[in-house]
Write a protein that binds this ligand. Sequence first.
Ligand SMILES: Nc1ncnc2c1ncn2[C@@H]1O[C@H](COP(=O)(O)OP(=O)(O)OP(=O)(O)O)[C@@H](O)[C@H]1O
Length: 360
Amino acid sequence: MIKVEHLSKNFGNLVVLKNVNFEISEGEVISIIGPSGTGKSTLLRCINLLERPSAGSISIDGVDILDSRTDVPKIRQKMNMVFQSFNLFTHLSVIENLTIAPIKLLGKSKKDAEHKALNILAMVGLAEKAYNYPDELSGGQKQRVAIARCLAMDPEIILFDEPTSSLDPTMVSEVLSVIRRLAKEGMTMVIVTHEMDFARDVSNRVMYMDEGVIYEEGSPEQIFENPKKEKTRSFINRIRGINFHIASPAYDLCTMNIEIDAFCEKQILPLKIRRNLLTIFQNLLDIYSPFLFATHLDVTLSYSEKKQRVELVCESTGDISDLLEKNSLPDDSPLSIIRGLTQNIDYRRGVDKNTLTLVL
Ligand SMILES: Nc1ncnc2c1ncn2[C@@H]1O[C@H](COP(=O)(O)OP(=O)(O)OP(=O)(O)O)[C@@H](O)[C@H]1O
């Protein structure tokens, strides 16, 4: 149905997509997951012709959509997109949002378009909001209207660009349940999402993107339970953990300790590990403190059930000397204390990022 071959996209010197290749068949639900800034949204925007690829080809049912003779509105009708920020017309009522394109682009009568719009609104649970304006709706309701507007065009494929990212957590499930229902009905969908549980249970196939390429793809079981490649594994482990972004020496250790405690409780980690983690964290911050005026520190704490191990990954920016190079230190120095409580420590200096990994 969709075939993407050797797709690349640059923004000036920034290479965002590098030789991306994949095919999607009718009825498939594909989730695209991966770290921020790896080109997931750009990939969807290229498929929907909102961005012009720098190289490669995209075809739908054998038709090359990058050909200059392509009827772009027709392609967008066939392959409609739902955005993170809803993109509703705020000056139009809900029902007008749903009927404007079918009337103007598909040539439907107002009566037919409204009849269909009301049916779709009932399907997404918003029939009683048909004559309200978007500003009178909650975020979750706005996103359901955006999905309904998409459906009003009878698309064959729907592209979702992080449909729940701008929603209050309480509203995420109402939107996901509409997408789940579409999946059950056999709609072909490509979903960029940070909702891992959702990606896992709604998709037939998961693509893990990293640094502009589809680094690994497979069934949800394979990607989430048994990823084959290192970066996928570390991403999956990381998302099972918690992250602290520390941007100044005035960090709130108390709150961090409470979160670490809650994490340990959730993962049912032994009390000893809990205590060791808190000690390690305190000493790590002592080590990094002198640098925190000039650098940022991201600490990710994760637990891999399979390997039965806790991992702390500290990523810092800026030029920090090798934190592990001092070999002879007093026993009570922060580094000695950390060494005594960990199985393994590794420090890597990169061009724009330094990574310290501790395994307990
Ligand atoms: N129009 C643009 N002009 C310049 N750079 C852009 C443009 N759109 C995206 N980028 C850059 O391309 C890179 C990939 O962005 P993209 O939004 O595709 O990533 P993503 O994987 O979807 O990230 P996230 O999960 O945070 O949404 C980023 O570095 C971003 O700043």
